[in-house]
Design a protein around this ligand. Structure first.
Ligand code: NDP
Length: 334
Protein backbone atom coordinates (compact mmCIF):
# COMPACT_ATOMS: atom_id res chain seq x y z
CA UNK A 1 0.00 0.00 0.00
CA UNK A 2 1.45 3.40 -1.02
CA UNK A 3 1.67 6.06 1.70
CA UNK A 4 0.59 3.65 4.40
CA UNK A 5 1.20 3.48 8.13
CA UNK A 6 1.94 0.22 9.99
CA UNK A 7 0.37 -0.26 13.42
CA UNK A 8 0.44 -2.97 16.08
CA UNK A 9 -2.91 -4.22 17.40
CA UNK A 10 -2.27 -2.31 20.65
CA UNK A 11 -1.76 0.86 18.60
CA UNK A 12 -4.96 0.18 16.62
CA UNK A 13 -6.92 -0.25 19.87
CA UNK A 14 -5.55 2.86 21.55
CA UNK A 15 -5.97 5.01 18.41
CA UNK A 16 -9.61 3.90 18.09
CA UNK A 17 -10.34 4.42 21.80
CA UNK A 18 -8.66 7.81 21.95
CA UNK A 19 -10.36 9.01 18.73
CA UNK A 20 -13.76 8.02 20.10
CA UNK A 21 -13.35 9.34 23.65
CA UNK A 22 -11.95 12.66 22.39
CA UNK A 23 -14.96 12.94 20.07
CA UNK A 24 -17.38 12.49 22.99
CA UNK A 25 -17.87 8.75 23.60
CA UNK A 26 -17.83 7.38 27.15
CA UNK A 27 -14.81 5.17 27.90
CA UNK A 28 -17.12 2.13 28.16
CA UNK A 29 -18.74 2.72 24.75
CA UNK A 30 -15.38 3.60 23.15
CA UNK A 31 -13.59 0.55 24.58
CA UNK A 32 -16.28 -1.85 23.34
CA UNK A 33 -16.28 -0.28 19.84
CA UNK A 34 -12.48 -0.25 19.76
CA UNK A 35 -12.40 -3.98 20.56
CA UNK A 36 -14.64 -4.69 17.55
CA UNK A 37 -12.55 -2.45 15.29
CA UNK A 38 -9.31 -4.06 16.48
CA UNK A 39 -10.64 -7.59 15.83
CA UNK A 40 -11.56 -6.51 12.28
CA UNK A 41 -8.06 -5.10 11.63
CA UNK A 42 -6.47 -8.20 13.22
CA UNK A 43 -8.42 -10.40 10.78
CA UNK A 44 -7.79 -8.32 7.65
CA UNK A 45 -11.35 -6.90 7.44
CA UNK A 46 -10.36 -3.30 6.75
CA UNK A 47 -13.92 -2.26 5.80
CA UNK A 48 -14.88 -2.77 9.48
CA UNK A 49 -11.60 -1.62 11.00
CA UNK A 50 -10.28 1.89 11.69
CA UNK A 51 -12.07 3.05 8.53
CA UNK A 52 -15.30 2.75 10.59
CA UNK A 53 -14.27 5.25 13.32
CA UNK A 54 -15.60 8.11 11.17
CA UNK A 55 -18.98 6.35 10.90
CA UNK A 56 -19.24 6.12 14.70
CA UNK A 57 -18.23 9.77 15.09
CA UNK A 58 -20.67 10.90 12.36
CA UNK A 59 -23.49 9.02 14.12
CA UNK A 60 -23.18 11.53 16.98
CA UNK A 61 -24.69 14.19 14.70
CA UNK A 62 -28.03 12.41 15.01
CA UNK A 63 -29.95 14.12 17.84
CA UNK A 64 -31.09 10.71 19.23
CA UNK A 65 -27.61 9.24 19.67
CA UNK A 66 -26.28 8.71 23.19
CA UNK A 67 -22.53 8.09 23.21
CA UNK A 68 -22.68 7.62 27.01
CA UNK A 69 -25.60 5.15 27.04
CA UNK A 70 -25.55 2.36 29.59
CA UNK A 71 -27.39 -0.68 28.14
CA UNK A 72 -30.07 -2.39 30.24
CA UNK A 73 -30.59 -6.17 30.23
CA UNK A 74 -33.78 -8.10 30.95
CA UNK A 75 -35.17 -11.62 30.51
CA UNK A 76 -38.67 -11.57 28.95
CA UNK A 77 -38.91 -15.43 28.86
CA UNK A 78 -36.75 -18.27 30.23
CA UNK A 79 -34.87 -18.65 26.91
CA UNK A 80 -34.96 -14.99 25.88
CA UNK A 81 -32.46 -12.26 26.72
CA UNK A 82 -33.00 -8.65 25.72
CA UNK A 83 -30.57 -5.74 25.88
CA UNK A 84 -31.80 -2.21 25.37
CA UNK A 85 -28.80 -0.27 24.05
CA UNK A 86 -30.66 2.97 24.85
CA UNK A 87 -29.57 4.76 21.68
CA UNK A 88 -25.94 3.83 22.19
CA UNK A 89 -23.82 1.50 20.06
CA UNK A 90 -24.13 -2.25 19.50
CA UNK A 91 -20.67 -3.39 20.71
CA UNK A 92 -21.35 -2.47 24.38
CA UNK A 93 -24.85 -4.01 24.24
CA UNK A 94 -23.32 -7.23 22.83
CA UNK A 95 -20.57 -7.22 25.43
CA UNK A 96 -23.33 -7.40 28.06
CA UNK A 97 -25.78 -9.64 26.17
CA UNK A 98 -23.65 -12.34 24.50
CA UNK A 99 -22.23 -13.95 27.68
CA UNK A 100 -25.77 -14.05 29.09
CA UNK A 101 -27.07 -15.58 25.84
CA UNK A 102 -24.39 -18.29 26.11
CA UNK A 103 -25.29 -19.00 29.73
CA UNK A 104 -29.03 -19.26 29.00
CA UNK A 105 -28.51 -21.37 25.82
CA UNK A 106 -26.41 -23.88 27.78
CA UNK A 107 -29.12 -24.05 30.44
CA UNK A 108 -32.17 -24.19 28.11
CA UNK A 109 -30.62 -25.88 25.05
CA UNK A 110 -31.56 -22.95 22.83
CA UNK A 111 -31.87 -19.22 23.46
CA UNK A 112 -32.27 -15.90 21.69
CA UNK A 113 -30.84 -12.47 22.35
CA UNK A 114 -32.58 -9.32 21.08
CA UNK A 115 -30.62 -6.08 20.98
CA UNK A 116 -32.80 -2.98 20.70
CA UNK A 117 -32.26 0.72 20.03
CA UNK A 118 -28.66 0.31 18.92
CA UNK A 119 -26.47 1.86 16.26
CA UNK A 120 -25.00 -1.15 14.45
CA UNK A 121 -22.05 -0.24 12.24
CA UNK A 122 -20.04 -3.43 12.78
CA UNK A 123 -19.60 -6.89 11.27
CA UNK A 124 -21.59 -9.72 12.90
CA UNK A 125 -18.93 -12.45 12.97
CA UNK A 126 -17.45 -11.42 16.37
CA UNK A 127 -20.65 -12.33 18.27
CA UNK A 128 -21.29 -15.66 16.53
CA UNK A 129 -17.62 -16.62 16.71
CA UNK A 130 -17.54 -15.85 20.45
CA UNK A 131 -20.56 -18.15 20.97
CA UNK A 132 -19.05 -20.96 18.86
CA UNK A 133 -15.82 -20.67 20.87
CA UNK A 134 -18.05 -21.52 23.85
CA UNK A 135 -19.26 -24.65 22.01
CA UNK A 136 -22.57 -23.24 20.73
CA UNK A 137 -24.05 -23.04 17.23
CA UNK A 138 -24.94 -19.41 16.59
CA UNK A 139 -26.69 -17.15 14.11
CA UNK A 140 -27.06 -13.36 13.99
CA UNK A 141 -29.14 -10.97 11.88
CA UNK A 142 -29.43 -7.21 11.67
CA UNK A 143 -31.11 -4.66 9.43
CA UNK A 144 -29.25 -1.59 8.19
CA UNK A 145 -30.38 1.53 6.33
CA UNK A 146 -32.48 1.52 3.20
CA UNK A 147 -29.79 0.92 0.53
CA UNK A 148 -30.89 -2.16 -1.44
CA UNK A 149 -33.61 -2.44 -4.10
CA UNK A 150 -35.87 -5.51 -3.79
CA UNK A 151 -35.65 -7.94 -6.74
CA UNK A 152 -37.48 -6.40 -9.68
CA UNK A 153 -37.54 -2.93 -8.06
CA UNK A 154 -35.28 0.06 -8.63
CA UNK A 155 -35.41 2.03 -5.37
CA UNK A 156 -33.72 1.33 -2.03
CA UNK A 157 -35.96 -0.45 0.51
CA UNK A 158 -33.98 -3.14 2.36
CA UNK A 159 -30.73 -2.68 4.22
CA UNK A 160 -27.61 -4.57 3.22
CA UNK A 161 -28.89 -6.83 6.03
CA UNK A 162 -26.10 -9.22 7.06
CA UNK A 163 -26.51 -12.66 8.56
CA UNK A 164 -23.78 -14.64 10.28
CA UNK A 165 -23.51 -18.30 11.25
CA UNK A 166 -20.96 -20.11 13.39
CA UNK A 167 -20.38 -23.81 14.07
CA UNK A 168 -18.06 -24.98 16.88
CA UNK A 169 -15.19 -27.39 16.12
CA UNK A 170 -13.20 -29.44 18.61
CA UNK A 171 -9.65 -28.09 18.86
CA UNK A 172 -10.06 -25.85 15.80
CA UNK A 173 -11.31 -22.34 15.04
CA UNK A 174 -15.07 -22.37 14.47
CA UNK A 175 -16.57 -22.38 10.99
CA UNK A 176 -17.99 -18.87 10.53
CA UNK A 177 -19.65 -17.08 7.69
CA UNK A 178 -20.92 -13.53 7.82
CA UNK A 179 -22.37 -12.03 4.70
CA UNK A 180 -24.47 -9.10 3.56
CA UNK A 181 -27.66 -9.90 1.66
CA UNK A 182 -26.58 -7.35 -0.94
CA UNK A 183 -23.99 -8.35 -3.55
CA UNK A 184 -21.40 -6.51 -1.44
CA UNK A 185 -21.23 -4.63 1.86
CA UNK A 186 -21.74 -0.86 1.52
CA UNK A 187 -18.29 -0.30 3.03
CA UNK A 188 -16.77 -2.01 -0.03
CA UNK A 189 -18.34 0.61 -2.34
CA UNK A 190 -17.18 3.38 0.01
CA UNK A 191 -13.63 1.97 -0.10
CA UNK A 192 -13.76 1.93 -3.94
CA UNK A 193 -14.91 5.57 -3.90
CA UNK A 194 -12.13 6.51 -1.46
CA UNK A 195 -9.53 4.76 -3.63
CA UNK A 196 -10.86 6.20 -6.93
CA UNK A 197 -11.73 2.73 -8.32
CA UNK A 198 -14.78 1.58 -10.32
CA UNK A 199 -16.99 -1.10 -8.81
CA UNK A 200 -17.69 -4.38 -10.62
CA UNK A 201 -20.83 -4.63 -12.75
CA UNK A 202 -23.82 -6.12 -10.96
CA UNK A 203 -23.19 -4.50 -7.56
CA UNK A 204 -25.59 -1.56 -7.96
CA UNK A 205 -27.87 0.61 -10.08
CA UNK A 206 -27.84 4.42 -10.32
CA UNK A 207 -30.70 6.66 -9.21
CA UNK A 208 -32.38 6.16 -12.62
CA UNK A 209 -32.32 2.38 -12.17
CA UNK A 210 -29.52 1.82 -14.73
CA UNK A 211 -26.56 -0.51 -14.10
CA UNK A 212 -23.46 1.41 -12.95
CA UNK A 213 -19.78 0.84 -12.14
CA UNK A 214 -19.36 4.36 -10.65
CA UNK A 215 -19.18 4.06 -6.83
CA UNK A 216 -20.66 7.54 -6.29
CA UNK A 217 -23.62 6.79 -8.59
CA UNK A 218 -24.05 3.45 -6.79
CA UNK A 219 -24.15 5.11 -3.36
CA UNK A 220 -26.71 7.65 -4.67
CA UNK A 221 -28.74 4.89 -6.37
CA UNK A 222 -29.43 1.41 -4.98
CA UNK A 223 -27.36 -1.66 -4.21
CA UNK A 224 -28.57 -5.01 -5.53
CA UNK A 225 -29.37 -8.12 -3.49
CA UNK A 226 -27.10 -11.14 -4.08
CA UNK A 227 -28.60 -13.90 -6.21
CA UNK A 228 -31.57 -11.83 -7.45
CA UNK A 229 -34.89 -12.77 -5.84
CA UNK A 230 -33.23 -15.33 -3.51
CA UNK A 231 -31.05 -12.71 -1.80
CA UNK A 232 -34.03 -10.35 -1.85
CA UNK A 233 -36.03 -12.89 0.19
CA UNK A 234 -33.14 -13.29 2.67
CA UNK A 235 -33.02 -9.48 3.07
CA UNK A 236 -36.80 -9.51 3.62
CA UNK A 237 -36.50 -12.29 6.24
CA UNK A 238 -33.83 -10.28 8.09
CA UNK A 239 -36.06 -7.17 8.09
CA UNK A 240 -38.72 -9.32 9.80
CA UNK A 241 -36.37 -11.07 12.29
CA UNK A 242 -34.26 -8.10 13.35
CA UNK A 243 -37.09 -5.57 12.89
CA UNK A 244 -40.67 -6.71 13.55
CA UNK A 245 -39.84 -9.84 15.62
CA UNK A 246 -37.68 -8.02 18.17
CA UNK A 247 -39.91 -4.91 18.13
CA UNK A 248 -37.49 -2.65 16.32
CA UNK A 249 -37.14 -0.64 13.11
CA UNK A 250 -37.08 -1.75 9.49
CA UNK A 251 -34.21 -0.42 7.40
CA UNK A 252 -36.34 2.26 5.75
CA UNK A 253 -37.47 3.42 9.21
CA UNK A 254 -33.84 3.59 10.32
CA UNK A 255 -33.15 5.85 7.33
CA UNK A 256 -36.20 8.00 8.18
CA UNK A 257 -35.09 8.52 11.80
CA UNK A 258 -31.56 9.48 10.68
CA UNK A 259 -32.35 13.20 11.02
CA UNK A 260 -28.77 14.29 10.22
CA UNK A 261 -28.28 11.93 7.26
CA UNK A 262 -25.36 10.16 8.96
CA UNK A 263 -26.04 6.80 7.27
CA UNK A 264 -25.56 4.99 10.60
CA UNK A 265 -28.02 2.06 10.84
CA UNK A 266 -30.18 2.14 13.98
CA UNK A 267 -32.43 -0.60 15.30
CA UNK A 268 -32.32 -4.22 16.41
CA UNK A 269 -30.24 -7.36 16.15
CA UNK A 270 -31.32 -10.94 16.75
CA UNK A 271 -28.72 -13.50 17.91
CA UNK A 272 -29.61 -17.19 18.33
CA UNK A 273 -27.54 -19.79 20.18
CA UNK A 274 -28.11 -23.56 20.24
CA UNK A 275 -26.30 -26.13 22.36
CA UNK A 276 -25.28 -28.87 19.86
CA UNK A 277 -26.12 -31.57 22.42
CA UNK A 278 -29.77 -30.44 22.68
CA UNK A 279 -31.23 -32.82 20.09
CA UNK A 280 -28.72 -35.65 20.52
CA UNK A 281 -29.35 -37.09 23.99
CA UNK A 282 -26.65 -34.98 25.59
CA UNK A 283 -24.02 -35.76 22.92
CA UNK A 284 -22.91 -33.46 20.15
CA UNK A 285 -22.32 -34.61 16.59
CA UNK A 286 -19.41 -32.28 15.95
CA UNK A 287 -17.33 -35.20 14.65
CA UNK A 288 -20.03 -35.92 12.05
CA UNK A 289 -19.75 -32.28 10.87
CA UNK A 290 -15.97 -32.76 10.51
CA UNK A 291 -16.65 -35.53 7.97
CA UNK A 292 -18.67 -33.08 5.87
CA UNK A 293 -15.88 -30.48 6.08
CA UNK A 294 -13.32 -33.12 5.01
CA UNK A 295 -15.42 -34.03 1.95
CA UNK A 296 -15.84 -30.36 1.08
CA UNK A 297 -12.14 -29.62 1.42
CA UNK A 298 -11.20 -32.68 -0.64
CA UNK A 299 -12.39 -30.72 -3.70
CA UNK A 300 -9.68 -28.52 -5.12
CA UNK A 301 -10.42 -24.80 -4.91
CA UNK A 302 -12.62 -25.00 -1.83
CA UNK A 303 -12.11 -23.59 1.63
CA UNK A 304 -14.24 -23.16 4.73
CA UNK A 305 -15.71 -19.72 5.39
CA UNK A 306 -13.80 -17.99 8.18
CA UNK A 307 -10.49 -19.63 7.18
CA UNK A 308 -9.19 -16.50 5.46
CA UNK A 309 -9.67 -14.45 8.64
CA UNK A 310 -8.21 -17.14 10.87
CA UNK A 311 -5.14 -17.46 8.61
CA UNK A 312 -4.55 -13.69 8.67
CA UNK A 313 -5.01 -13.69 12.47
CA UNK A 314 -2.48 -16.50 12.88
CA UNK A 315 0.07 -14.68 10.68
CA UNK A 316 -0.08 -11.65 13.05
CA UNK A 317 1.40 -9.24 10.55
CA UNK A 318 1.23 -5.53 11.43
CA UNK A 319 -1.93 -3.69 10.42
CA UNK A 320 -1.42 -1.34 7.47
CA UNK A 321 -3.75 1.62 6.94
CA UNK A 322 -3.63 4.50 4.45
CA UNK A 323 -1.72 7.57 5.67
CA UNK A 324 -4.82 9.72 4.99
CA UNK A 325 -6.90 7.57 7.37
CA UNK A 326 -4.16 7.78 10.00
CA UNK A 327 -4.16 11.60 9.70
CA UNK A 328 -7.96 11.71 10.06
CA UNK A 329 -7.78 9.63 13.23
CA UNK A 330 -4.97 11.73 14.71
CA UNK A 331 -7.17 14.76 13.94
CA UNK A 332 -10.00 13.18 15.96
CA UNK A 333 -7.62 12.80 18.92
CA UNK A 334 -6.93 16.58 19.13
P1 NDP B 1 -17.81 -11.21 1.96
O1 NDP B 1 -18.53 -11.41 0.66
O2 NDP B 1 -16.48 -10.60 1.93
O3 NDP B 1 -17.69 -12.59 2.74
C1 NDP B 1 -18.85 -13.29 3.11
C2 NDP B 1 -18.49 -14.59 3.77
O4 NDP B 1 -18.10 -15.51 2.76
C3 NDP B 1 -17.33 -14.51 4.75
O5 NDP B 1 -17.68 -15.23 5.89
C4 NDP B 1 -16.17 -15.15 3.98
O6 NDP B 1 -15.25 -15.83 4.83
C5 NDP B 1 -16.89 -16.16 3.13
N1 NDP B 1 -16.17 -16.48 1.91
C6 NDP B 1 -15.65 -15.61 1.00
N2 NDP B 1 -15.07 -16.29 -0.01
C7 NDP B 1 -15.24 -17.61 0.26
C8 NDP B 1 -14.86 -18.80 -0.42
N3 NDP B 1 -14.21 -18.77 -1.57
N4 NDP B 1 -15.20 -19.98 0.15
C9 NDP B 1 -15.85 -20.03 1.33
N5 NDP B 1 -16.24 -18.92 2.00
C10 NDP B 1 -15.93 -17.73 1.48
O7 NDP B 1 -18.75 -10.35 2.97
P2 NDP B 1 -19.81 -9.24 2.66
O8 NDP B 1 -19.19 -8.24 1.75
O9 NDP B 1 -21.10 -9.84 2.25
O10 NDP B 1 -20.00 -8.59 4.12
C11 NDP B 1 -18.88 -8.01 4.76
C12 NDP B 1 -19.20 -7.63 6.18
O11 NDP B 1 -20.06 -6.50 6.25
C13 NDP B 1 -19.85 -8.69 7.04
O12 NDP B 1 -18.98 -8.89 8.13
C14 NDP B 1 -21.17 -8.09 7.50
O13 NDP B 1 -21.55 -8.41 8.83
C15 NDP B 1 -20.86 -6.61 7.40
N6 NDP B 1 -22.09 -5.82 7.24
C16 NDP B 1 -22.56 -5.10 8.30
C17 NDP B 1 -23.73 -4.36 8.18
C18 NDP B 1 -24.28 -3.60 9.33
O14 NDP B 1 -25.22 -2.85 9.12
N7 NDP B 1 -23.81 -3.75 10.53
C19 NDP B 1 -24.44 -4.28 6.91
C20 NDP B 1 -23.88 -5.13 5.88
C21 NDP B 1 -22.73 -5.85 6.04
P3 NDP B 1 -13.80 -15.18 5.15
O15 NDP B 1 -14.06 -14.14 6.19
O16 NDP B 1 -12.97 -16.34 5.62
O17 NDP B 1 -13.29 -14.62 3.86
Amino acid sequence: MNDSVKLSLEEVASLATESLTTQGFSLQQATAISKTITSAERDGCSSHGLFRVAFYVNALQNANTDAHALPVIDYPKPAAVRVDARNGFCPLALQIGVPELARVAKQQGIAALAINNAYNIAALWPEVEQLAEEGLVAMAFTCANSFVAPAGGNKPLFGTNPMAFAWPRDGKSPLVFDQASSVCARGEIQLHLRDGKSIPEGWAIDSNGNATTDPKAALDGAQLPFGGYKGSSIALMIELLAGALVGDLFSYESTEQDNAGTGAPFGGELVLAIDPTTFNGGHSHLDHAEQLFERLLSQEGTRLPGDRRHRIRAASTPVEIPQSLHQTLLGYCN
